[in-house]
Design a protein around this ligand. Structure first.
Ligand SMILES: Nc1ncnc2c1ncn2[C@@H]1O[C@H](COP(=O)(O)OP(=O)(O)OP(=O)(O)O)[C@@H](O)[C@H]1O
Ligand SMILES: [Mg+2]
Length: 230
């Protein structure tokens, strides 16, 4: 099943002398359950692409279709709801709320959606992420790796159709990086969770099912869809 379709995506920042064509006619599809790495030089448009896929930025032209919904056709309110329910975002610097503890950070998006957190899911994520004895800690009381595990947990609490990660290991040492990637892989394999990850790390890219290279706003290489077992 196609979980993501991107058609002729263009993104222009600024105008006149400061105009930057950050994305130039980018198109590709992703099947459910794929683990895709996006690589490319600094400034090539990777984060821009991920932000547009995640509905936190809008394209200048083109379409993003997630699970059959053209997100460009949603109004602001509907998009916010769609985003909360379908997209999990993970950033390099975790973006946790400093005054909320681990459990509160993980359940916040669900509460914002006016729903009750799925306790069973929360418990299973807490165990899988090794956060059981850190539930009442604040982000400032956690290591970088632990903070990133909380942000993964937060992203997974709404059963997202797609998990988008922008250099999730960019701020971590080798050991913690490996652990984060192992966890993302585990969720990908066990739950058929679709993952799209931007990385500068060749080892992570090599471990992906598929690698898409972006240079100067265009896809210059795509190793193609992997065989994803249903
Ligand atoms: N808000 C903005 N206003 C103007 N130009 C921007 C803006 N955001 C990004 N750009 C430009 O768009 C281009 C793509 O930026 P982007 O952040 O997507 O690159 P990237 O591939 O993620 O780079 P990096 O690997 O360094 O994170 C860059 O040339 C950047 O300067
Ligand atoms: Mg970037």
């Amino acid at each position: 099943m196609k979980i993501l379709e991107i058609k002729n995506l263009c993104k222009v920042y600024g105008k006149g002398e400061t105009r930057v064509d950050a994305l130039k006619n980018v198109s590709f599809d992703v099947e459910q359950g794929e683990f895709v790495a996006i690589v490319g030089p600094s400034g090539s448009g990777k984060s821009t692409l991920l932000h547009i896929l995640g509905g936190v930025d809008v394209p200048t032209k083109g379409e993003v279709i997630i699970s059959g919904t053209d997100i460009g056709k949603l109004n602001e309110t509907k998009l916010a709801i769609f985003r909360r329910r379908n997209i999990g975002l993970i950033y390099q610097f975790y973006n946790l709320i400093p005054i909320l503890n681990v459990e509160e950070n993980m359940t916040l998006p669900i509460l914002l959606d006016g729903k009750r957190p799925d306790k069973k899911l929360l418990n299973s994520l807490v165990d899988k992420l090794g956060l059981r004895n850190r539930l009442t800690h604040l982000p400032s009381q956690l290591s970088g790796g632990q903070q990133q595990r909380v942000s993964i947990g937060r992203a997974l609490m709404n059963h997202p159709a797609i998990l988008l990660a922008d250099e999730p290991t960019g701020n971590l040492d080798t050991e913690n990086s490996k652990e984060i990637i192992t966890l993302l892989r585990k969720f990908n394999r066990e739950n058929h969770q679709t993952v799209i990850i931007i990385t500068h790390d060749d080892r992570i890219a090599l471990s992906a099912d598929r690698v898409i290279t972006i240079e100067d706003g265009r896809i210059t290489k795509d190793t193609g869809k992997a065989e994803v077992s249903a």
